[in-house]
Design a protein around this ligand. Structure first.
Ligand SMILES: Cc1cc2nc3c(=O)[nH]c(=O)nc-3n(C[C@H](O)[C@H](O)[C@H](O)COP(=O)(O)O)c2cc1C
Length: 215
């Protein structure tokens, strides 16, 4: 692995619709030379197979190989962890990265994180991020939201997490699904403070119709 790789970011894909957001986020982090530590829930595997042309392997070592090839990542740049790999670095405050993104975030995982369930490695890693006051971004996708969902989002916001719903804007005049996906991924990268070229920030483009606001 080249020494110039930047700090790891944890990316967890759970079983909400919008697997494309998570896969594109991994690609963008790799392109920004970050190490990416990936966890994919069982339901997310089903969603990925339903929504994309990919059927990703469940076994972490093989999954890492497939994602490495897909994202043209450096050897070792992407690491994957199993559902109950309690020995993974993300399971402890002493090993977890400074930032974690759950993208997309199912309402089930949203609930588990809000209540500290820690029943699988994704939930535990998010719990660690909260207790260590690290950056935690959740990208929920559901519509409409119930009072339970809204209360969990409010609770997590109050705990310091960022709720960044998968709700792309249209003021950049998207012409493809990729444009809509990039809108959300750009917002996540902005939150992480990672430079990107997915779309110009508001006021930076040739005309405002071609630029992206921060909201
Ligand atoms: C194709 C498909 C789409 C789904 N879309 C959503 C969704 O948009 N939001 C959501 O919260 N759950 C959605 N679900 C349900 C979750 O996958 C289910 O609640 C699951 O238990 C979540 O588990 P996880 O949080 O461990 O990934 C979907 C399931 C499938 C199979």
């Amino acid at each position: 692995m080249p020494t110039e790789l930047r700090d790891p970011v944890t990316v967890a894909l759970t079983g909400a619709s919008g697997a494309q957001y998570g896969l594109r986020l991994i690609e963008a982090l790799v392109a920004a030379d970050h190490q990416v530590w990936v966890m994919i829930s069982k339901a997310a595997h089903l969603v990925i197979a339903t929504e994309t042309d990919h059927e990703l392997p469940a076994r972490p070592a093989r999954l890492a190989e497939v994602l490495t090839e897909r994202c043209a990542a450096a050897p070792g740049q992407i690491r994957c962890f199993a559902r109950e790999d309690w020995m993974a670095p993300v399971a402890s405050g002493s090993g977890a990265p400074s930032a974690m993104v759950i993208c997309p975030c199912s309402t089930g995982t949203l609930s588990a994180v809000a209540t500290g369930a820690s029943n699988n490695l994704i939930e535990r890693a998010a719990d660690v991020a909260l207790k260590e006051r690290r950056t935690l971004i959740l990208v929920p996708r559901e519509t409409p939201f119930s009072a339970i969902h809204l209360e969990h989002m409010l609770a997590l916001t109050r705990m310091g997490a960022v709720i960044l719903p998968a709700a792309p804007g249209f003021y950049h005049q998207p012409t493809s699904v990729d444009d809509l996906v990039d809108f959300i991924v750009a917002r996540i990268l902005n939150q992480l403070g990672i430079a990107h070229r997915l779309m110009p920030r508001w006021g930076e483009g040739a005309g405002q119709g071609a630029t992206s606001r921060g909201d």
